[in-house]
Design a protein. Structure first.
Lengths: 265, 216
């Protein structure tokens, strides 16, 4: 082997091996990058699928609400109205004071029941919420809770009211409804305040109760109700902030930017 | 000589980086830290021996030092690969230690302490050149490792592979090169120093990556 041959072998051999390393590294990096992109794509598809699934679930829920609302209004409501009429007839035709007093009491109670049922029917009906507007729908819901005379409810409206679109208003209303229902069910508050703030850039809703509160960091607290709220907020492309202090109460703040975009497209 | 100082500085930084997070890194990275620290100590000692011309009668006065160094190096590198290959058997590591000590002791018979221990060095370069691509291939197949550039052992293996491949032919033909190519001596030494600087630099970076990975 000549002197130059040895140097040539050294140079070519080492260069070839370095080329091999370069190829190996570049190939691995490219493969991993492609894999990462594939994973991202898969994740995005999974998210889309989950969103579609949730959307369908909420649509079914909305349909069920509508069905219950119609049933309450058209069937039970009608029946109760007939009962009320019959009671009125009994009261009118009877001459015994005891029967008249009892019929009057029953009539009043029945009237209250019909009124409460109408309220429930209205708050379940998406059409009513669309027609009445967000503030009135919330007020109607609070009125129904107030009628139980156990929880003091207040609605504060700040700024000039405007519509953010019936679909979005329905979602906001459902979030408020869910929050209030959760508070009554789990926190046993004596007062619930709802503040609806209208600003040029969007609206914010603050729901505050003085109930028992809960630990927001605990995983057990992320139940279906809270999850639904988060899903609806996501559909609104909004932001929800839950703060809770044990034995002091819970505050939920919902921010929605006023855009012309449709929900969850 | 400037390249050698840069090389020493890189070794120092890599060693410090490894020692700083020694408690936080995994066991195989600890072995790599020991390897880099050992390399720094040996190269620094070699520089002192060369400068002060200690034991001038020995001729290549750093050769005995490299005999011990290459023996420890090949033991550490073998155990590192045994960990990476998931050979979790303690007996394998004990066998590797005993085998390499016997090998290096026997090698002294063929390559006396006053000459370079090229056989051991060549063997360690062969081990690195074959096992590192295999482990990189394993990383390639592992679907759980996505951000490969942030994966510390990928970086460490590339560093080792650069050192291994860069010196493979150099150490294979070392005796011939010394005898017949003395005019290329400085070029070869400088290129080796640059290659080692890049390799150990990458290993130093891998220590940082390993610390971050475990911190997560």
């Amino acid at each position: 082997m000549s002197k130059n041959d040895l140097m040539l072998i050294l140079f070519i051999g080492t260069s070839s091996l370095f080329l091999f390393i370069g190829f190996l590294v570049i190939f691995t990096i490219i493969h991993k990058r492609k894999r990462y992109e594939h994973l991202l794509e898969k994740q995005s598809m999974e998210n889309n699928y989950a969103n579609q699934l949730l959307l369908s679930r909420l649509e079914v829920q909305e349909q069920s609400f509508k069905y219950f609302s119609e049933e309450i209004h058209d069937n039970i409501g009608q029946l109760l109205s007939i009962v009320k009429m019959q009671l009125y007839n009994i009261k009118s035709s009877s001459k015994e004071p005891e029967v008249i007093t009892k019929a009057t009491d029953c009539n009043e109670l029945l009237g209250k029941a019909i009124n409460d049922l109408r309220n429930i029917s209205h708050t379940l009906n998406s059409g009513f919420i669309s027609n009445a507007g967000l503030a009135d729908a919330i007020e109607k819901d609070l009125e129904y809770i107030r009628s139980a005379k156990e929880v003091k409810c207040n609605l504060y409206i700040n700024g000039d009211e405007y519509s953010i679109g019936s679909e979005k208003e329905l979602l906001v209303f459902r979030i408020v409804q869910e929050t209030i229902a959760n508070a009554i069910k789990h926190a046993r508050p004596t007062a619930i305040d709802v503040a609806l703030n209208y600003a040029p850039l969007g609206i914010s809703v603050i729901i505050q109760d003085n109930g028992t509160g809960f630990d927001t960091s605990e995983k057990t607290n992320s139940g279906i109700g809270l999850n639904n709220m988060h899903v609806r907020t996501e559909m609104l492309k909004g932001k929800i902030d839950v703060t809770s202090v044990k034995d002091k109460g819970t505050t939920i703040k919902l921010d929605i930017v006023n855009t012309t975009e449709n929900v969850l497209v | 000589m400037i390249y050698f100082y840069i090389y020493l500085f890189t070794l120092l930084v890599s060693s410090m980086s490894g020692l700083l997070y020694l408690k936080k890194v995994d066991i195989s990275t600890k072995l790599a830290v020991a390897l880099v620290c050992l390399t720094f100590v040996v190269e620094f000692s070699a520089l002192q021996l060369y400068r002060k011309n200690i034991f001038p009668s020995l001729g290549g006065n750093t050769a005995p030092l490299y005999h011990i160094y290459t023996c420890i190096y090949i033991i550490l590198i073998s155990i590192y690969y045994s960990y990476q290959l998931n050979l979790k058997n303690k007996n394998v590591n004990i066998f590797l230690v005993i085998f390499w000590i016997i090998f290096c002791s026997t090698n002294v018979y063929f390559q006396p302490l006053l000459s370079q221990s090229t056989h051991t060095i060549l063997l360690q370069r062969i081990i690195i050149t074959f096992l590192s691509p295999y482990l990189i291939y394993k990383i390639f197949l592992n679907e759980n490792i996505i951000h490969v550039l942030k994966y510390s052992h990928f970086c460490l293996l590339i560093g080792l592979l650069i050192i291994g491949v860069g010196g493979l032919f150099h150490w294979a033909f070392f005796d011939d090169l010394v005898k017949h190519h003395s005019k290329y001596r400085s070029l070869l030494i400088n290129s080796q120093t640059i290659i080692n600087t890049i390799g150990y630099g990458l290993i130093g970076i891998s220590f940082q990556l390993n610390n971050k990975r475990l911190a997560k």
